[in-house]
Design a protein around this ligand. Structure first.
Ligand code: BES
Ligand code: ZN
Ligand code: ZN
Length: 493
């Protein structure tokens, strides 16, 4: 969809060309031939280059484009790489609403250092690609058709380098689309067997080796905590293991993602308002599968293992009950005091198994784990929990850079006593109204014995109630870019 071209290729004409405009800089848009139009736009009453404002010119004079879109950047001092992402996304959204099939985006330039130029270019690629998306699988009338081509002209001497960056961005963002699609898919069409197939298909197409454990195999292995959750569903449990092993690698990173295909709450049934979006509860599975696929496509020199426990949290005569005690894969016994705290139960077994089998250098899990994390951080920010604070702060920094915001919350040991059970080794809820995201993280930590471990609670940002700059309503694909970028840029020990 992204096409990096030479400026000379623009001369053949353009359906829509987008340029940037800044509130307090003249000749910001980067190309001389558009300066006059940029100036004209800013002389209008209704447009001064304000952030997120756009204005369209039809058949502009002396420019070989049918339409021009001028997109505001706001004030110079507030421009960051995110401004470039939003610029490209505003341009794409404008082109989509004009029913265009292609768009040319001119990279603005105001004497930036070379490294900034690469960052801005990358941000433009991301913003453009991620906005050219809609989930209309289930609509009889497909209203919006994505643009077939987004062209970005660059200087002849940069073409090879920029093509490579665009290609990497496309690889990562196509995995974001995969994650969005499966999160937005209705729960009836991604029940455990189907979700398992969707993950395996995508992973194999992306160059990962896959392995699937079904109910019988999980029973044999002793995944009783995971199996307990699955009991209320007419479908079984699955564990999907995806693996990318390059010839040379310096470390092994394991990713574990919560794959609850629908969370009714179980016998501790959720109220209707809490249940309507619970197809989102495999957002962690989507994020780690997307990230593992992206890393494999990029051919990085780290071994990547993605492990996804899958189950549907439902109600039947066979459902697990509050009061039941489950013996986890690790051997620790868990008293179930709330069947709606099911994510941690399926993750517990997957985490211990991953640690034991693969002995990774780092485990990262992603899970739509707690409403409490949303109370703390709202619906756009993920919670980061880890004892390795330097890793946590790197992840927070990465999130800031790519605009998948994260914030570190404490793994406060004194709260661990809230998880003490009178009949088993642990109970699955902390009890009381407070600190639920932290007690959930402390619970998970019980199942990782010695490995560096980071837990990402993505309950808020995995799903959105409204469209954002380059996210739509529904599944956001949150976590794919975050994990991919963190792993790609991480220095091995
Ligand atoms: N899947 C939910 C968490 C969730 C809530 C994700 C809202 C996204 C939006 C999870 O399984 C859950 O139900 N957690 C409970 C835990 C409680 C019973 C200790 C919660 O957060 O209320
Ligand atoms: Zn739940
Ligand atoms: Zn859940």
């Amino acid at each position: 969809m992204l096409k990096i071209i030479k400026f000379s290729e623009l001369e053949a004409g353009s359906e829509i060309t987008a340029i940037g405009s800044c509130e307090n800089i003249n000749e910001f848009c980067g190309e001389k031939k558009y300066f006059a139009l940029e100036k004209r736009a800013r002389e209008l009453e209704e447009f001064k280059g304000e952030e997120d404002k756009t204005i369209v010119f039809y058949s502009p004079e002396n420019i070989n484009a049918k339409k021009m879109v001028v997109c505001g950047f706001g004030k110079k001092e507030n421009i960051s790489s995110e401004s470039y992402r939003r610029f490209a996304s505003n341009a794409v959204k404008q082109a989509l609403s004009l029913k265009a099939s292609s768009l040319d985006i001119i990279i603005p330039d105001f004497n930036k250092a070379d490294s900034d130029k690469i960052e801005s270019f990358k941000a433009i690629c991301e913003g453009a690609y991620l906005s050219n998306y809609s989930f209309n699988e289930y609509k009889s009338k497909k209203e919006e058709q994505p643009l077939k081509e987004i062209r970005i002209p660059v200087l002849d001497e940069n073409i090879e380098e920029f093509k490579k960056i665009a290609d990497q961005t496309e690889k990562i963002c196509s995995c974001v689309f995969f994650a969005r699609n499966i999160v937005s898919t209705p729960p009836m069409d991604k029940r455990p067997e189907k979700l398992k197939n969707l993950l395996v298909d995508f992973a194999s197409r992306s160059g990962l080796q896959t392995q699937v454990f079904d109910n019988a195999k999980l029973e044999e292995l002793g995944f009783n905590s995971h199996l307990g959750v699955a009991k209320g569903s007419s479908e079984g449990a699955y564990l999907v293991i995806m693996e990318y092993t390059p010839k040379n690698y310096d470390e092994t990173i394991a990713l574990v993602g919560k794959g609850i295909t629908f969370d009714s709450g179980g016998l501790d049934l959720k109220p209707p308002s809490g249940m309507e979006d619970m197809k989102l509860d495999m957002g962690g599975a989507a994020a780690v599968t997307g990230a593992a696929a992206a890393l494999a496509k990029l051919g990085i020199n780290k071994r990547i293992i993605a492990v996804v426990p899958i189950a549907e949290n439902m109600i039947s005569g066979d459902s697990y009950r509050p009061g039941d005690v489950l013996k986890s894969y690790l051997g620790k016994t868990i008293e179930v005091l709330n069947t709606d705290a099911e994510g941690r139960l399926i993750l517990a077994d997957a985490l211990s198994y991953t640690e034991k089998l693969f002995n990774p250098d780092l485990i990262i899990d992603a899970a739509t784990l707690t409403g409490a994390c949303m109370v703390a951080l709202g619906d756009k920010i993920a919670g980061v929990f880890t004892d390795r604070e330097e890793i946590g702060s790197e992840i927070v920094k990465t999130g800031k850079k790519i605009n998948e915001p994260c914030w570190m919350l404490p793994v406060f040991k004194d709260y661990a006593k809230k998880l003490k059970s009178s009949v088993a080794d642990l109970k699955n809820i902390g009890g009381g109204r407070y600190g639920g995201a932290i007690t959930a993280a402390l619970f998970l930590k019980e199942f990782v014995e010695k490995t560096d471990y980071v837990h990402l609670d993505i309950a808020g940002p995995a799903f959105s109630q409204e469209a954002g700059h380059y996210t739509n309503k529904g599944g956001t694909g949150f976590g794919v870019r975050l994990i991919t970028e963190y792993v790609m840029t991480r220095e091995s020990r």
